[in-house]
Structure formats: structure tokens, C-alpha cells
Design a protein around this ligand. Structure first.
Ligand SMILES: [Zn+2]
Ligand SMILES: [Zn+2]
Length: 431
């Protein structure tokens, strides 16, 4: 069906786009306030970036990537996440990581998943990455940033799940404990876990199969087998989260679905999301840059889904930016007025201070005013033969229902005066 968008994709229609812009602008503002700069990478990358970065035996790489050969036979993949591409870019451009490099991003990601509420094949994420420091305070900063961002949107009922999965030194020991555990319970594992528990035992902890989920509860905790350096790191993270009053729950089964994580992993959950309650997730990835061929350098970050965020805002009745009405509509009364109307709108647009449009559709005043009202227009300028002959146009305030006749050459000055006053008032209100 060429008249339908592909399964798992959505159009963001004009009446919804304000919510997106509102969220994106607020996030941009937050990142700026925390000292982060925006980074944009291509939508597709060499497939190897993801197979090496995210890990061969993860759900994303095994099942969910949009991978294709280009005309020269190169394997390319639509990015299923941002972190690996951002690291690739840092390596390629030798971006300095001291002082720590703080980046944020937003844009679409692509995963061939079963579409369901809040989950799409083209989804959108926003997130941050901090490179070049292994300070646990940066783990806390990233969690704090995303929580404050959600708070400022007015989200209620959030909780933070937290875990440490250890480093390359201590991970093998917790890995082996989980492999042993899986081997002892092999007969009740799902087929998927049966196949991969030796390659990637941590997957059993976030397997969606009901039996595996139940089993995961009694699985050896990674927190019990991390080394003393990892323990100290984790203790500092929790200490500082306590200091800034961010509450969290220790979640033994939290490992995240990507291989590159080390030490701290976390998720922010919303009670409004039910079963798939994760609003965002992140953690530390101290080995990722090295895995992708760069100089070893620690990093930490978070990625948040925008669709799910909008879903929560809608469920909680949180307003997300009000639709912007048009400031001005020029209504020519018949074709003899078109030239004058066109001249006026061109000079108003050149001044770049209000949004303005020209009504070329409706014949007659009543129909013209009707469609202006439908569009939420504030002012209408009416131009007919009589007005042209007199050298004066009618400016009608559609909100107040008042109108004035203004000399053509004074119109821009008149409108500017009104909009200057309005911006003074709204500045005073927001101050
Ligand atoms: Zn360790
Ligand atoms: Zn399973």
C-alpha cells in the first residue's frame, strides 16, 4: 500500500509537532545549562560499528537491525542507537576528551521490532554522553540531568533502577556464576536463552520470557561479585544520589540489552507505562571507545525515547506546548486587491517580526474572516477597492472584535507597536 506509512512508523502531523518541538527545545536548554554541546551523526553507519559496539549476541544486532548493501556492496545499517556512532565520530575526528567531552543528541533510530504502543520501527531518542572521565560524579550528573528534565516537564510517578555490572576485571567472575546458574536450570530456560547463555549469560536477566523472568529473580547478583574498585565506584554513585535527594532502587536484574555497558547501569521508569515501563536507560561504557578502535577512554551516558515520553505526558494530562496561531492574515476582497495585498505581505515578511499569511482562497469578507478565525489568527487586514482608493486599510483585532483604519504607510509601524507592547507584557509575566 503506497498510501500508508510502513508498519511501525508514524507521521508527526502539524497538530502534534508542537509537543515534539517543546520537548526538544526544553532538552536542548537543559543540556546547555549543564554544559553539553550537540552532536549530529549520519543516520546510517558501517554495520561493523554496531556489531562490534553493541555486541553480536544482543537482540538488537541479532534480530532488529535495518542492514542493507549499498550499490558498491558495502554493508550499512540504519542506526539502532546513538552511542556507538557518537564514539565512532569522536575517534574519527580525534576530539579531545580532556576536559571531559560532554555531548547531547536527538533524532531517529531504527529497530525492526514488533510494533506496539510506544514502540516503533522508526523511533526517536534524545540523550547525552560524557567522555574522558571515570568519575562516579558524572554517572550521578547524567542521572540528575535526565531526572531534572523529566521533572521540569511535570512528569509524576518516576523511579530510578540502579545496578552495577562490574568491569572487564570482575565481569568474568559474575559471568561464570550466571553461566553455572543457567546450566543448573537449563531445562526451564527459554530456547533463546538456552542457545546464548554461554555466549552472553547476562541476557537471561532481561529476557522477556515469563519463566526466565521468574528465574532471573534468584540469579546470582552482579553486585555480589564486582571487584573492590567497582564497589567503591558504585558506593560513591549511591552516596551522591542520596546527597541530591534522587531516590533509586537497587535492581539486581538490570543489565541493559547492550554489551558495551560497564559498572553503573540505570533506568528511569514511569508508572504510567505499565509493562514496558522504561522511559530511558543508560550507564557507563568504559571499554567502548577501545572496542571501536580508539584510545581507551571511559564514558557514561543516557538515551531516552521521545515517543514514550509523549505517551506518559498524554496519560498524565500534561500540556505540551500550545499551538501557535498565525499573527496576521491579509484578506483581499477580490482579485483587484491582490497586487496591493501581495505588496503588503511581502514588506511585512521582510520585517521578520510576526507570522503572516495571505488569503487567496475565499471570496468575500465573511468567508475570509471565518477561515482566519479557524486558524487562530490574531489580526486581519482587509483590503478592498474602497480601501485602496482611500490609501487606508482596515486592521481588525480578531480576539477583541475591534477594528481601526490605518494609512497604508503606517501599517507596519502600527503592528510593530502592538507586538512590542505584547512582548514587554509577556516578558514581565515570565520574569
Ligand atoms: Zn570491577
Ligand atoms: Zn529466556
Amino acid at each position: 500500500m503506497i498510501s500508508k506509512a510502513p508498519r511501525g512508523t508514524i507521521d508527526i502531523l502539524p497538530d502534534k509537532v508542537e509537543a515534539w518541538q517543546y520537548i526538544e527545545n526544553l532538552f536542548r536548554r537543559f543540556c546547555f545549562l549543564y554544559g553539553y554541546k550537540e552532536m549530529r551523526t549520519p543516520i546510517f553507519e558501517h554495520t561493523e560499528i554496531f556489531t562490534r559496539g553493541i555486541g553480536e549476541s544482543t537482540d538488537i544486532v541479532e534480530k532488529e537491525m535495518y542492514t542493507f548493501l549499498d550499490k558498491k556492496g558495502r554493508s550499512l545499517t540504519l542506526r539502532p542507537e546513538f552511542t556507538a556512532p557518537v564514539m565512532r565520530s569522536i575517534i574519527e575526528h580525534s576530539l579531545p576528551l580532556s576536559p571531559p567531552l560532554k555531548l547531547f543528541y536527538m533524532g531517529p533510530i531504527f529497530r525492526y521490532e514488533r510494533p506496539q504502543q510506544g514502540r516503533y520501527r522508526q523511533a526517536h531518542q534524545l540523550g547525552v554522553e560524557v567522555l574522558g572521565s571515570n568519575s562516579p560524579l558524572l554517572d550521578v550528573e547524567v542521572i540528575d540531568l535526565i531526572i531534572k528534565f523529566y521533572d521540569s516537564l511535570g512528569l509524576k510517578g518516576l523511579s530510578v533502577s540502579l545496578n552495577s555490572i562490574g568491569c572487564s576485571d570482575c565481569r568474568p567472575s559474575s559471568r561464570n556464576k550466571i553461566i553455572d546458574f543457567c546450566r543448573n536450570n537449563l531445562d526451564i530456560l527459554c530456547d533463546n536463552c538456552k542457545n546464548r547463555f554461554e555466549r552472553n549469560p547476562f541476557r537471561i536477566l532481561d529476557c522477556k520470557n515469563a519463566t526466565c523472568k521468574e528465574l532471573a529473580k534468584s540469579c546470582p547478583s552482579t553486585l555480589d561479585s564486582i571487584c573492590s574498585a567497582c564497589k567503591e565506584h558504585f558506593n560513591t554513585v549511591t552516596l551522591y544520589l542520596d546527597k541530591i535527594n534522587i531516590s533509586y532502587k537497587l535492581e539486581n536484574s538490570l543489565v541493559r540489552g547492550l554489551d558495551y555497558y560497564t559498572r553503573t547501569v540505570f533506568e528511569v521508569l514511569s508508572e504510567s507505562l505499565g509493562a514496558q515501563s522504561s522511559l530511558c536507560g543508560g550507564g557507563r561504557y568504559d571499554d567502548l571507545i577501545e572496542i571501536l578502535g580508539g584510545k581507551p577512554s571511559p564514558g557514561v551516558g543516557v538515551a531516552a525515547g521521545i515517543e514514550r515520553l509523549i505517551m506518559v505526558m498524554e496519560k498524565q494530562g500534561i500540556p505540551s506546548g500550545k499551538p501557535q496561531g498565525l499573527d496576521l492574515m491579509i484578506i483581499p476582497l477580490g482579485e483587484s486587491s491582490y497586487e496591493h495585498a501581495f505588496q503588503l505581505i511581502t514588506s511585512i515578511r521582510k520585517e521578520n517580526f510576526i507570522s503572516a499569511d495571505l488569503n487567496l482562497v475565499n471570496k468575500g469578507l465573511k468567508a475570509g474572516l471565518n477561515s482566519a478565525n479557524k486558524l487562530g489568527v490574531s489580526f486581519a487586514i482587509i483590503i478592498g477597492d474602497i480601501e485602496i482608493a482611500r490609501g487606508e486599510y482596515i486592521i481588525r483585532d480578531l480576539k477583541k472584535g475591534e477594528q481601526n483604519t490605518i494609512k497604508i504607510e503606517d501599517i507596519i509601524g502600527y503592528l510593530k507597536k502592538i507586538y512590542d507592547q505584547q512582548s514587554v507584557i509577556s516578558n514581565q509575566q515570565s520574569a
